[in-house]
Design a protein around this ligand. Structure first.
Ligand code: NAD
Length: 300
């Protein structure tokens, strides 16, 4: 499988200012939907990331409180909160990475597609602002249905003339996180050593964990075990939605997964070699225009 490649941003790097304290390039990360169930723990995790120098927290409501709270943590990233349409431009300006967990989550009995009507409009508006205020940013789309919100953002960026298919990612990292956890548990392997590629899409049966390519390999699992692991990974989101019984979908594990993916983006931007994560991107791997597969940075 030929994975998708992220465009070299070495020119961007050359224009970067460097933090004298850490020797790392200054990096601004914006979180849109920062006051939500995912947004808050994700804000915390990004505040703890030493690669972040500026953290911009945006939501339609509640961000001043979240920003004040997170800003008291004694890590280097400077935190600012922004609220409402009129502050969206300032929140986005100069961002290197924009993470979007804005939108409504599922309730029991809902599919991710049921969120389309509300979240499509939110993503369209936020993408329009990204095209205007930070057209070079890497966009990490968390809002569901990812299978649709990523193509929507792509169309908005195309219309604005800013589309770069190497910079738009649907965040499917939670599928990978789940596959790793479930595989390690069943095969009795140390979970931190485990890797499992997950390809396809980000909804039910479109989520395809490739346990045949999992590392370390194991012969401890039967075909039945693999089937059960596949189903559990595909239904992982629903397992959480049902357990939360009307109080939303995965937030803490999603925040962790979002932080892992954003960290990979920052490392790639900073020129760290061999950064590879699965994500839902424009693709030529199959006949489908978008497909989750391994994506990595390529520096020329
Ligand atoms: P939530 O309702 O707790 O939080 C959503 C936040 O978005 C709220 O604070 C809300 O004010 C904000 N918001 C709404 N419209 C906005 C706008 N126009 N601009 C900025 N912010 C806006 O929901 P949540 O549990 O945090 O989930 C957020 C999204 O993430 C949902 O769509 C959910 O389905 C999705 N999700 C994705 C994955 C994944 O694996 N990609 C996993 C879990 C949840």
């Amino acid at each position: 499988m030929r994975p998708s490649l992220m465009r070299s941003t070495s020119q961007l790097l050359r224009r970067r200012s460097y933090s004298s304290a850490s020797g790392q390039p200054e990096r601004k990360v914006a979180i849109l939907g920062a006051a939500g169930g995912i947004g808050q723990p994700l804000s915390l995790l990004m505040k703890l990331n030493p690669l972040v120098s500026s953290l911009s927290l945006y939501d339609i409501a509640g961000t001043p409180g979240v920003a004040a709270d997170v800003s008291h943590i004694n890590s280097p990233a400077l935190v600012k909160g922004f609220m409402g349409d009129e502050q969206l431009g300032e929140a986005l300006e100069g961002s290197d990475v924009v993470i979007i967990p804005a939108g409504v989550p599922r309730k029991p009995g809902m599919t991710r597609d049921d969120l389309f009507n509300i979240n499509a409009g939110i993503v369209k508006n936020l993408s329009t602002a990204i095209a205007k205020y930070c057209p070079n940013a890497l966009v990490n789309m968390i809002s569901n249905p990812v299978n649709s919100t990523v193509p929507i953002a792509a169309e908005v960026f195309k219309k604005a003339g800013t589309y770069d298919e190497k910079k738009l990612f649907g965040v499917t990292t939670l599928d990978v996180v789940r596959a790793k956890t479930f595989y390690a548990g069943k095969a009795n392997l140390p979970v931190t050593d485990v890797n499992v590629p997950v390809v396809g899409g980000h909804a039910g049966i479109t989520i395809l964990p490739l346990f045949s390519q999992a590392t370390p390999a194991t012969n401890a699992l039967s075909d039945e075990d693999i089937k059960a692991l596949t189903k559990r990974t595909q239904d992982g989101g629903t397992e959480v939605v049902e357990a939360k019984a009307g109080k939303g979908s995965a937030t803490l594990s999603m925040a962790y997964a979002g932080a892992v993916f954003a960290d990979a983006c920052l490392k790639g931007l900073n020129g760290v070699p061999d950064i590879v994560e699965c994500s839902f991107v424009q693709s030529t791997v199959t006949e489908l225009p978008f497909f989750a597969s391994k994506a990595w940075e390529e520096w020329s």
